[in-house]
Design a protein. Structure first.
Length: 266
């Protein structure tokens, strides 16, 4: 393990490179960038205390995005074997990694298990009479447009889905296969595509309403948190009141406002 410094604007690593080192930010910030048809798309930022590059190292695949310093940056560099040793010895690091892998498994489970609707309910929804130790969040949400691209398909007053999870994605084009689930809000997205066919969902959990990104390449930004393939999480809770959700990169035209109105369980 060692430390390395980068000046503002320097590239830490490039998409397609070998995944041999895990990085942890000590000070400064990095920006995750994905190339899309010759254009660089900024996905989000990673700051002090956070890891980046760890999933490529663990899964043994090339770097799937470019990382650039957006300020003077100091990072800890950790070789693969040292990182795995740290995971085995540090309960907090192990928990974070297990949580990330667990989120990915749940993402796959949700994407496929929710594809069938029985009697108006998704298979992922518990039966009405099924007891649960963790009571789902009470309250309601309203999904509103925050850009012209979304306003074209949403009513002015927004949508208040009664069945969750609620899935957002894009229409398949040309000879593309249909997505593995029913998309509740399909959006038209020309090439180069910002949206995945299954991009994100809004779900109800025991801790509150949440957004889940389906390991998309360009990610989903929820308030100040970025979710997706290149970030440390796939799920984040929505806050009470107004929330900003941007799907497909920080400058994407697919922008939403999600209003969360919470009520106390009866």
């Amino acid at each position: 393990m060692s430390k390395q410094r980068f000046e503002r604007g320097e590239i830490v690593f490039r998409e397609g490179g070998l995944s041999e080192i895990v990085f942890r930010v000590i000070s400064g910030e990095v920006e995750i960038i994905k190339e899309l048809r010759g254009r660089d798309i900024a996905l989000g930022r990673v700051g002090p205390g956070e890891y980046f590059g760890e999933m490529g190292v663990i899964e043994g695949r090339p770097r799937s995005a470019t990382v650039k310093a957006v300020s003077n940056l100091e990072v800890e560099t950790i070789q693969r074997d040292d990182f795995l040793r740290r995971v085995s010895e540090d309960a907090d690091t192990a928990f974070e990694l297990m949580q990330r892998l667990s989120e990915r498994l749940h993402t796959l489970d949700d994407a496929f298990a929710a594809s069938v609707v029985v009697g108006g309910r998704r298979k992922t929804d518990p039966p009405e009479d099924e007891p649960s130790e963790e009571r789902p969040a009470a309250g309601s949400i309203t999904i509103l447009a925050d850009s012209d691209a979304v306003a074209a398909v949403l009513p002015t007053e927004g949508l208040s889905p009664q069945v969750l999870p609620f899935f957002v994605g894009r229409h398949p084009v040309d000879d593309e296969a249909l997505p593995p689930i029913t998309i509740d809000l399909p959006l038209h997205d020309g090439e180069p595509h910002r949206l995945a066919k299954v991009h994100f969902s809004v779900a109800k959990t025991s801790k509150g309403f949440a957004i889940r990104d389906f390991r998309t390449e360009l990610g989903t930004r929820v308030n100040e948190v970025t979710l997706g393939e290149h970030f440390s999480r796939d799920v984040t809770l929505l806050q009470p009141g107004a929330n900003s959700v941007v799907a497909g990169g920080s400058d994407s035209p697919f922008r939403f406002r999600i209003q969360v109105d919470e009520t106390s369980p009866g």
